[in-house]
Design a protein around this ligand. Structure first.
Ligand SMILES: Nc1ncnc2c1ncn2[C@@H]1O[C@H](COP(=O)(O)OP(=O)(O)OP(=O)(O)O)[C@@H](O)[C@H]1O
Length: 327
């Protein structure tokens, strides 16, 4: 378990991390999300005692990092895959780390095998591709067989097979009861991997919630209908008090009800349906909706890229954050 209490980091007048309090629990993958510059890396660095907090605390299984006897046996981390010594072989990089932490040398070959680098164990790591570097970094995190693992952008540079592999590795480690904390910009990947989400914006906590609840609370859901009797369907919906919006490809989108009610309505009026489906926004849309007011750098003058969906009804995490910022 990782516990943060009032964690704050200032760089001069810049507040990079602003009174963050949350827990990362064992037995699940917790995703750490936030726009660029939100403070994710700074938070992770403070968790590992690589940066001193301005105020607040981080506890790893109840202790400060610096009070852990052999930290690699408690917490393993992949922060910067380029941090390895390029002139050393993959094996020697890990062996040095193992010896400094009183980890048996036999463990080095084991972790090289886990990450699929046994065949290049005797090669200098400066010749490694980005993906191989990521795998070596992950091997170093696994070296002490820790209960807590932290990965900052672990799929960076990995090919689809590598991405699939790291996803399964994280899920397996979580199913063994370990605490897995992972940041990523790849929302589709995060949606497939994380059970729980911590979302920050401009250093502040925006959400600490399950993946399902996050998407539900921050995105629009609607029913999509398609019929060869489109005109008649639209009239029937209108007469029954539903607002149907044409989506441009021959389908209608209806908010505020479920497919059961709409399917029965169509059946009562003997309208043939070619599609009747519940639609829910993706994690990416929910994330953009929530963090819209908390991004540090906006692109202007472009209509490309995903657009935030329409605001769902009810209070938003992002809104309460924005209003607290006076936005
Ligand atoms: N050493 C430093 N000195 C001054 N400012 C810093 C320093 N490190 C980080 N910052 C600033 O603190 C803020 C948070 O940065 P951080 O790298 O933690 O964000 P992040 O969420 O990891 O971003 P990204 O997703 O782009 O990696 C940014 O505004 C950044 O410019």
């Amino acid at each position: 378990m990782i516990e943060l209490e009032g964690l704050t980091k200032r760089f001069g007048s810049k507040v990079a991390v602003d009174h963050l309090s949350f827990q990362v629990r064992p037995g699940m993958v917790t995703g750490f999300l936030g726009p660029n510059g939100a403070g994710k890396s700074t938070t992770m660095r403070m968790m590992l005692d690589l940066d001193n907090p301005t105020s607040g605390t981080v506890r790893i299984d109840g202790k400060h990092y610096r009070d852990l006897d052999e930290p690699l046996k408690y917490i393993g981390a992949l922060l910067d895959a380029k941090a390895m010594h390029g002139g050393r072989t993959a094996y020697n990089n890990l062996l040095c780390l193992a010896q400094a932490n009183r980890i048996p040398a036999a463990r080095v070959s084991q972790v090289l095998d886990v990450v699929g680098l046994s065949a290049v164990a005797k090669k200098k790591s400066k010749g490694f591709s980005l993906g191989m570097g990521q795998r070596l970094g992950i091997a170093s995190a696994l070296l002490g067989d820790p209960e807590i693992l932290m990965f900052d952008e672990p799929v960076n540079g990995l090919d689809p097979e590598g991405i699939h592999w790291i996803r399964n590795l994280m899920k397996t480690l979580a199913s063994e009861g370990r605490t897995i904390f992972v940041s990523s910009h790849l929302m589709s990947e995060m949606a497939l991997t994380a059970d729980h989400l911590i979302v920050i914006g401009q250093g502040k906590l925006l959400a600490d919630t399950s993946m399902a609840a996050f998407i539900q609370e921050n995105s629009r859901s609607y029913v999509r209908m398609r019929s060869p009797q489109q005109e008649r369907l639209r009239d029937v919906l209108h007469e029954s008090g539903f607002v149907a919006v044409e989506s441009g490809n021959g389908t209608l989108e209806i908010d505020g009800t479920g497919p059961e009610e709409l399917g029965e309505l169509a059946a009562r009026h003997q309208i043939v349906l070619h599609e009747l489906s519940s639609q829910r926004a993706s994690l990416e849309e929910a994330f953009m909706q929530m963090t819209a007011g908390a991004v540090e750098y906006h692109a202007h003058g472009t209509s490309e890229g995903p657009q935030p969906p329409a605001a769902p009804p009810g209070p938003q995490w992002g809104q309460s954050y924005q209003s607290s910022k006076g936005a």
